[in-house]
Ligand binder design. Structure first.
Ligand SMILES: [Zn+2]
Length: 235
């Protein structure tokens, strides 16, 4: 009897030692649910260990063995759900960004059109000869800007100015302010024009031209013929 009691006590004390070894991990929530149950059962029965645990700074005087389980049951699915919601929000935002970014790139992308893709007409209103550059493809809009030709344009090039064309796709959701590109000269007399981009009078001869840069080539357009509403591409 006595030996059995001593043996039990020894076992019991062994257990206390094991429990106390596990306590720091338990208090930090690092132990498994099986260990938690063993520890909490032991703390319920063993006043020494309970005191030891409260000295370690934890409120385990009234341990609730179901608390950890309840927390797992209540919080884990909630966390999982929150994770799922966040993932869905993230995916939606990402998809929107891709669609929006893609369409922006599609419509913002511009290129220099080829000569054969553009129709050039000239119309004279009073002294002003206005050239219209329109894309043959009705879904393409054209814009122009005056540049300075860096190549050797020759003596008859008007001020070395050239017209650069930029094509872009017509956005179906907006109406472009202008679909075509325009360029004009004001004729002071037969031999003098105002280039509306330089705003200074310029003497011209039959050979005077201005340059228009296309994607495939640069063409010379005779200036004098514009007064007769003629678009002459020079050699
Ligand atoms: Zn104990």
């Amino acid at each position: 009897m006595r030996n059995e009691k001593n043996a039990n006590r020894e076992k019991y004390e062994m257990k206390c030692e094991v429990i106390r070894d596990l306590l720091p991990s338990y208090l930090e929530g690092l132990t498994s649910s099986v260990s938690n149950e063993l520890i909490e059962n032991h703390l319920n029965d063993c006043g020494d260990c309970r005191r030891y645990a409260s000295e370690m700074g934890a409120a385990v005087d009234a341990p609730d063995p179901q608390a950890a389980d309840r927390r797992d049951h209540d919080i884990k699915p909630f966390l999982k759900l929150r994770k799922k919601i966040w993932r869905n929000i993230l995916l939606t935002v990402l998809a929107c960004a891709l669609v929006f970014g893609g369409s922006m790139l599609y419509f913002v992308h511009s290129w220099t059109p080829d000569f054969n893709d553009v129709t050039i007409t000239c119309e004279k209103n009073g002294d002003v000869a206005e050239l219209t550059f329109s894309a043959k493809n009705k879904n393409t809009i054209l814009a122009s800007y005056a540049g300075v030709y860096s190549g050797n344009a020759g003596a008859d090039a008007a001020d070395d100015l050239c017209l650069e064309l930029a094509a872009s796709r017509k956005n179906p959701f907006t109406t472009p302010i202008r679909k075509n590109a325009y360029y004009s000269y004001t004729f002071i007399d037969e031999d003098t024009v105002y280039n509306n981009n330089t705003s200074k009078p310029m003497d011209i001869t039959d050979e005077s031209y201005f340059l228009v840069m296309f994607g495939d080539k640069t063409v010379k357009i005779n200036i004098k013929d514009l007064s007769k509403e003629k678009v002459t591409i020079m050699k």
